[in-house]
Ligand binder design. Structure first.
Ligand SMILES: [Zn+2]
Length: 147
């Protein structure tokens, strides 16, 4: 579901933000908000057509953000199809670079075990994910850190 901002272009009146998968669905939602069955009924009352109306419709996009997350690799969510979220850093980082810094801090080697270092168990296998669900490899994070 997307959100669309609808304005009256001539008068500049802000009609509001409406949900819909398409612009047409958002127009129907706006018309229903005003008591009509759909946008076609509203047009039949105002005498306008979809071609002559002066509405400006713009999709409202959320800014892309990045978070450090840990997912349970043994779980599968039937709805989303992704591994269940166990933990996230709670930040909405504005860039991959700042999320990479957070990732580096959270997964920093804190002790020595055998021949290698150990990281905190809470952030074991933490990855950076964007708000659109894209995951980034450690190589991409390293590159972002060093830009
Ligand atoms: Zn963070």
């Amino acid at each position: 579901m997307s959100k669309f901002e609808i304005n009256q272009a001539v008068s500049g009146v802000d009609l509001g933000v409406f949900n819909g998968k398409t612009k047409d669905q958002a127009l129907d939602a706006m018309a229903q908000d005003q008591g009509y069955a759909d946008y076609d009924e509203l047009l039949s009352v105002t005498g306008e057509t979809r071609e002559s109306d002066t509405l400006e419709i713009r999709e409202v996009r959320k800014p892309l953000t990045f978070s450090v997350v840990v997912r349970d690799c043994n779980s599968w969510d039937a709805k989303t199809g992704i591994h269940c979220l166990l933990r996230d850093c709670g930040h909405a980082h504005r860039s991959l670079a700042t999320a990479s810094h957070c990732h580096a801090k959270l997964t920093k080697v804190t002790g020595q075990w055998g021949n290698g270092g150990t990281t905190s168990a809470a952030w074991f296998n933490a990855v950076v994910e964007s708000s659109t669900g894209e995951q980034f490899s450690n190589c991409e994070l390293f590159e972002a850190l060093n830009q």
